[in-house]
Each structure stands twice: as C-alpha cells, then as structure tokens.
Design a protein around this ligand. Structure first.
Ligand SMILES: *[C@@H]1O[C@H](CO)[C@@H](O)[C@H](O)[C@H]1NC(C)=O
Ligand SMILES: *[C@@H]1O[C@H](CO)[C@@H](O)[C@H](O)[C@H]1NC(C)=O
Ligand SMILES: *[C@@H]1O[C@H](CO)[C@@H](O)[C@H](O)[C@H]1NC(C)=O
Ligand SMILES: *[C@@H]1O[C@H](CO)[C@@H](O)[C@H](O)[C@H]1NC(C)=O
Ligand SMILES: *[C@@H]1O[C@H](CO)[C@@H](O)[C@H](O)[C@H]1NC(C)=O
Ligand SMILES: *[C@@H]1O[C@H](CO)[C@@H](O)[C@H](O)[C@H]1NC(C)=O
Ligand SMILES: *[C@@H]1O[C@H](CO)[C@@H](O)[C@H](O)[C@H]1NC(C)=O
Ligand SMILES: *[C@@H]1O[C@H](CO)[C@@H](O)[C@H](O)[C@H]1NC(C)=O
Ligand SMILES: *[C@@H]1O[C@H](CO)[C@@H](O)[C@H](O)[C@H]1NC(C)=O
Length: 433
C-alpha cells in the first residue's frame, strides 16, 4: 500500500520519504496488528515516531433496539494520512485510517522540557457490516477523549508494553506495546527512555502461587527437579525462529532455552523448539520476539537500537518478559520482567552469537539459560544471518586450547631438556669410570 500524504499545515510541510507501516499479526490478547509510523520533516529527518498496537471494544445499538459489543482491530489496510510534525506553536498529529472508514488520531503539545498527548479522536463507521452487522444507525461516529499520558521529557522515547485503556462514550480503547516519540530533534529517536508506571520493575516481578500449580499444570516437560541434581542431564534443543514483515524475514534467532524457576523448589524447564512458535514485532529501533512454547509459557525478548553515535549504531537486548500460565485455567503462575538489560550487544547490520551457555537473570526467582545463541533482530538481508559478533565467552573456547596447548608444549620442552641433561650426566658418569 502506498501511503498518501496530505499535510494540513500551511507551512513546513512534512514529507514522507521513508514512512514505514509495518503490519504483523500477533497472537496477543486480541488478534491485532502492530502499526509503525515514521513521519519525516522537510529535511528528511524523523520528527514523529510511533509503533504500537491497539483495539477497540464498542457498544452499539442494534436494529432490534438492544445493545451489542463489537471488537474493532487494526486490519492490514492502514494508512497514515495527515500526520504532522508539529513545532512550538503547532500541535503534532499522529493519524491513522484503517478498515472500512475508521480513523484514529492523537495530537501532542510541547513545552520547553516536555511533550504530552492532548486529545484522542476516534471515528468508527457503523457502515462496516463486518464489524457492526446489525447496527441501527449507519455511518461514522466520532468521539474525542482527553489522553491520560503523563508529560514525557523532550528527546525521551516513551515506552509502555503493558496494556492501557481509555473508556469514553461506549468505546473502550486498548493500547499496548507502545513506543512513541513526538517532537523528535535531529531525527534521533530513543536516546533516553521513559517507561510507563505499569512497566516499572517494582510492579512487574510478581511470583505467584506455588509450584504445586506448576507440576499439576504440566507434567510432561515441567518435571520437579530433585534438589540434589540441579541440572537436567540434557541441555535444551536448539530452535530456529524468525519473524516476517510481508514476505521478507525481518528477525532471525537460533537459540536453546532453559528456564530456572526458583520458587519453593528449584525447577529447570527446557523449552521444546518443536512445539514453540514465534511472533512479535519488527521495527527500525525496537523489535520484540515472542516465543510461545505451546505449554502456556511465553518469553518476550525486546531489542533496541542505541543511537550513541550516528555512524556506528548498535543494538542490544533490553528487556525479557516471561509469563507462565496454568495450563488448565490460564491463571498466571509466574510473571517476571526485566527491562534493564544491556546484553547481546552488536553493531547494527550484524548478528550476535554466543554458543556457550549464558544466563539472563530476570529476577531473583527466574533465570534463563541460553545455548547456541545467534540473533539478528534488525536489518536481516535475504533471510540469512549477517556476519556474527561473538561473545567474549566464545573467545574463551579458542583461548582455552591455546593455553592448554602452550602448557603442553612447555611440558614437552621441560621433559626434553631434563632427558638431555640426564643423558649428559650419565655419559659423564660413564666417562669417569
Ligand atoms: C530521505 O531518506 C531516504 C532514506 O533515508 C532516502 O531514500 C530518500 O531519498 C531521502 N529523500 C530526500 C529528499 O532526501
Ligand atoms: C459490553 O462490554 C461492557 C464492558 O466490558 C460490559 O459491561 C457489557 O456487559 C457488555 N455487553 C454485552 C452485551 O456483552
Ligand atoms: C487536539 O485535538 C483536539 C480535538 O480535535 C482539539 O480540540 C485540540 O484543540 C487539539 N489540541 C491542540 C493543542 O491543537
Ligand atoms: C437487522 O439487520 C440484519 C442485518 O442487516 C437483518 O438481517 C435483520 O433482518 C434486521 N432486523 C430487523 C428487525 O430489522
Ligand atoms: C509480560 O507479558 C505478559 C504476557 O503477555 C503481559 O501480560 C505483561 O503485561 C508483560 N509485562 C511487561 C512488563 O511487559
Ligand atoms: C541537535 O543538533 C544541534 C546542532 O547540531 C545541537 O546543538 C543539538 O544539541 C542537537 N540536539 C539533540 C537533542 O541532539
Ligand atoms: C536451524 O538452522 C540451522 C542453520 O540454518 C540448521 O543447520 C538446523 O538444522 C536448523 N535446525 C532446525 C531444528 O531446523
Ligand atoms: C537456578 O537459580 C537459582 C536461584 O537464582 C540458583 O541458585 C541456581 O544455581 C540456579 N540453577 C542453575 C542450574 O542454574
Ligand atoms: C487455577 O488452578 C489452580 C490449580 O489447578 C488454582 O490454584 C487456581 O486458583 C486456579 N485459578 C483460577 C483463576 O481459577
């Protein structure tokens, strides 16, 4: 789809040369799509950037005069006409249009130090018979609601993975996996990050009920490991995972995963790649790989690009979120999130590799061990990994043979010298006789 642009501002027309609209299905709470909008200014620098997911629960009156709830999600035909960069005097505007005549926008204001969302305008069209098959009143309905977002420091990217909702006039709007920055300066996104309250680590690591739940929930792979034997005999199998954007691979991962759950008893869980599926979102500056092991275990890896220096941009693993659900009733057994990592660091355009076991400490109750890791969350070309930057641990695998080899060589030299000295001594002995 070709985004068309009809800038509203009389001056300073924003242009869109590389606006990206990335649409990926995800198996979330709602079946939905991630949208990415990258608005460029006249100098071709990003001035407004957002990636998020949203859906709507709408109560409407039917032709038989009762009320029904409809769920409206973003479909694949999304455009973002009319988005505006904004400046000191003009509000910035993020606007998308989707489906059969629906549209959504939010405007932003700035002060000298902060920016903030102002009003959300949502128009849904009850002529969309797929969503509102029996609506009494047919046509567009617009609601305007004040956004609840707190002010964000200028130059900070606002990130909120948790779901937020706003309810007004028969509509509940849900937002999640949000990354947003308005009034971007010098085209540089995400130098610093502001997190929503719901994402902060103090509220996230909640270790819920006992492992009695865990063992009954899944008897197959979640064996209660005996306390005396801390590790299962086998390492986990290595899985290959990938994400696509359209028909192009945009993220590649090879990894074997093992969870170490420390509740009442320690438990080691190998993630079985054969039953594990991958989804998530790709992006220019952030990407999330979500693994679902088919046994109600979800592991999200979020990677971000850091813009430390414009020439050598790097990516790293920023966040890992693990959720274990009860098989039978879906209640949460364990939910742990750590968004403070700076691991698996490599330059943008390359892949990161670490064959040796590595440990990610999610919180005091949960570790993830990774094996045979290779990951490329950005700029995948031709469905293949680019050159790898290896972890220092892997360098040890080369170092150890060198050290051992050197030691052996030294030993041989010593033995040879000792032998020669010994022979000389014995010759000397014979000569004196
Ligand atoms: C803007 O940038 C994009 C890619 O960054 C490039 O393809 C395009 O030619 C640029 N346009 C102008 C007018 O500089
Ligand atoms: C519609 O959703 C609202 C809010 O979740 C709920 O209170 C109401 O009972 C639902 N109505 C119907 C008809 O399902
Ligand atoms: C934001 O949009 C709302 C609704 O269209 C409007 O009432 C409000 O004035 C706008 N805010 C600014 C700062 O332009
Ligand atoms: C309500 O609309 C549906 C779908 O258009 C139609 O099948 C049904 O007959 C209508 N019912 C009434 C009472 O008009
Ligand atoms: C972690 O993932 C779970 C399950 O998808 C989700 O409900 C939760 O909000 C996520 N937490 C964070 C902090 O991202
Ligand atoms: C943007 O660039 C200008 C001039 O190069 C510089 O003075 C300013 O500090 C930069 N701002 C940010 C937020 O990087
Ligand atoms: C994963 O990919 C590697 C390299 O492409 C391949 O050698 C291996 O067989 C794959 N493993 C599985 C389980 O598909
Ligand atoms: C599992 O985690 C616990 C607590 O952090 C730790 O003491 C234990 O050594 C870990 N086990 C393995 C096999 O890594
Ligand atoms: C789910 O099942 C477990 C045990 O099977 C129980 O402890 C827990 O309370 C249940 N949760 C809900 C929400 O029913």
């Amino acid at each position: 789809m070709e985004p068309r642009w009809s800038p509203r501002g009389p001056l300073r027309l924003p242009r869109c040369s590389a606006c990206l609209l990335l649409l990926l299905g995800t198996a979330g709470f709602f079946q939905s799509y991630a949208v990415e909008v990258d608005v460029k200014d006249a100098s071709n620098a990003t001035c407004l950037y957002a990636q998020w997911m949203m859906s709507f629960l709408i109560k409407y009156e039917t032709n038989s005069s009762d009320y029904k709830n409809a769920t409206l999600s973003l479909s694949s035909n999304v455009t973002h006409d009319g988005s505006i960069c904004g400046n000191d005097t003009q509000a910035a505007l993020l606007a998308v249009q989707f489906g059969e005549g629906h549209s959504w926008s939010v405007n932003f204001t700035k002060t000298n130090e902060t920016y903030q969302a102002d009003f959300i305008t949502f128009t849904y069209n009850t002529n969309d018979t797929a969503v509102f098959p029996d609506a009494k009143r047919k046509g567009p309905i617009t609601i305007v609601v004040k956004d609840t977002m707190h002010p964000v420091q200028l130059n900070n990217v606002f990130v909120c993975h948790n779901t937020d909702s706003i309810e007004a006039e028969n509509v509940t709007q849900f937002f999640w996996n949000l990354t947003l920055q308005a009034f971007v300066q010098n085209g540089t996104i995400g130098e610093k990050e502001s997190r929503c309250d719901a994402d902060t680590p103090t509220s996230a690591p909640t270790v819920l009920p006992t492992d009695a739940n865990i063992t009954t929930a899944s008897t197959t792979t979640l064996s209660p490991a005996p306390t005396t034997v801390p590790k299962p005999v086998e390492n986990p199998d290595t899985g290959n995972y990938s994400l696509k954007s359209g028909n192009k691979t945009c993220l590649l991962a090879t990894v074997g995963l093992q969870l170490n759950v420390s509740q009442d008893k320690p438990l080691l869980i190998n993630i079985n790649p054969k039953t594990t599926s991958a989804d998530g979102t790709c992006g220019n500056t952030a990407a999330t790989l979500r693994l679902n092991d088919g046994n109600s275990r979800f592991i999200d890896f979020t990677f971000v690009v850091k813009n430390a220096s414009a020439n050598v941009r790097r990516f790293y693993l920023k966040e890992v979120n693990v959720t274990l659900l009860n098989h039978i009733n879906g209640s949460v057994i364990l939910s742990a999130d750590n968004n403070n990592f700076s691991k698996w660091d490599a330059s943008l355009g390359s892949s990161y590799m670490c064959r040796k076991e590595q440990t990610l400490e999610i919180n005091e109750g949960l570790q993830i061990h990774t094996f045979n890791l290779r990951i490329q969350p950005f700029l995948v070309k031709e469905n293949k990994f680019s050159t790898a930057q290896e972890c220092s641990l892997d360098d040890d695998t080369i170092l150890i043979p060198i050290v051992v080899g050197a030691a052996l060589a030294g030993l041989i030299v010593i033995i040879v010298i000792a032998y020669i000295i010994g022979r000389r001594k014995s010759y000397a002995g014979y000569q004196t006789l």
